[in-house]
Design a protein around this ligand. Structure first.
Ligand code: FMN
Length: 290
């Protein structure tokens, strides 16, 4: 696939959910957003420097709390480093396969530097600062993802950089006050890598008008489960919690998600038991969670 090929994107969520919307409201941006799917199989084709630059400038154009810009992006292209990162994130092979991984970090090191430079005492030692920096990093990631997809590339966020924050910091040379929040693996999708956008919960389940309502939660879960069981997304992927294996025809989003939240190690994936210590890890990187 070549850059600039967003007309080749698969059908949008409007079509998938059989929503009628006037074509003039399906802008090229909305088309990209509503045909998103995470890609996990890539060609070795490199990403041209100019294409990468377009993605990075888009990423840096994201909004940022109080213009603090409390984030940094580490661009990893080196093949050996990508292989080591793939291992550190729980042996996710596509991280090694794709030509580029961007690591989005919460970064308060510059803010410490500024406080000292300007003769002030840095006192933003609280959860709010960590959340602010993490949101900045997350928005930058999402902008990069959308930019990449609009150029015909595929991408998948990699939250598993939080499995081993200190080892990731060592690999990337991150100073104190910088912690990896999530990665974004980017490349040209291999033939057959696209399976179509993943169904989402019914709109009314997550979009509330004026006031929150969970009145129809049971119906929403049933409807979504039926869709997810029918498309076989979780078939053969039952989360091992000690609970009995059940027929695939009964194992949908509800059971899968409930199992994933039943133990810290199943939330983050089997190789990520350490995320149970994330608070300590994040604090050891120079952030305060209180
Ligand atoms: C913050 C974040 C972290 C993620 N981490 C991973 C990851 O480590 N590995 C992976 O394969 N997918 C990861 N994903 C992708 C999700 O699994 C995916 O977005 C979700 O299943 C919905 O599928 P879709 O993106 O194709 O719509 C992550 C997504 C987000 C938003």
């Amino acid at each position: 696939m070549t850059p600039g090929a967003d007309t080749t994107l698969p059908h949008t969520r409007f079509e998938m959910e059989q929503r009628t919307i006037s074509p003039e409201f399906v802008t090229s941006t909305i088309r990209v957003l509503t045909s998103h799917e995470s890609i996990r199989s890539f060609e070795a084709t490199p990403i041209a420097e100019e294409v990468l630059e377009a993605i990075l400038v888009s990423s840096r154009s994201a909004p940022t709390s109080s213009n603090l810009q409390a984030y940094s992006i580490v661009v990893v292209e080196n093949v050996e480093r990508r292989a080591r990162l793939a291992h550190l994130v729980g042996d996710q092979r596509y991280v090694a396969e794709a030509p580029v991984m961007l690591i989005f970090c919460a970064d308060i090191s510059r803010l410490h530097y500024l406080a000292q430079r300007q003769g002030h005492t840095y006192a933003a030692n609280n959860l709010e600062m960590f959340l602010t920096a993490s949101l900045d990093a997350s928005l930058a990631l999402q902008n990069a993802l959308v930019a990449a997809e609009s150029l015909g590339l595929g991408a998948v966020p990699i939250g598993s950089v939080r499995n081993e924050p200190n080892l990731i910091a060592e690999e990337l040379g991150l100073p104190q006050g910088v912690v990896a929040i999530a990665g974004l693996t980017i490349g040209y999708p291999r033939e057959g890598a696209r399976r179509g956008s993943k169904p989402r919960l019914p709109s009314d389940s997550v979009v509330h008008r004026e006031q929150y309502s969970a009145d129809d939660i049971e119906q929403h879960v049933r409807d979504y489960d039926a869709v997810m069981i029918a498309n076989g997304l979780y078939a053969g992927r039952q989360v091992a919690t000690g609970a009995p294996t059940i027929p695939d025809a009964e194992y949908g989003w509800a059971e899968h998600t409930a199992r994933r939240t039943s133990k810290p190690e199943t939330l983050a994936g089997p190789s990520a038991a350490l995320r149970d210590h994330l608070k300590d890890d994040v604090e050891s990187r120079g952030f305060t969670i209180r």
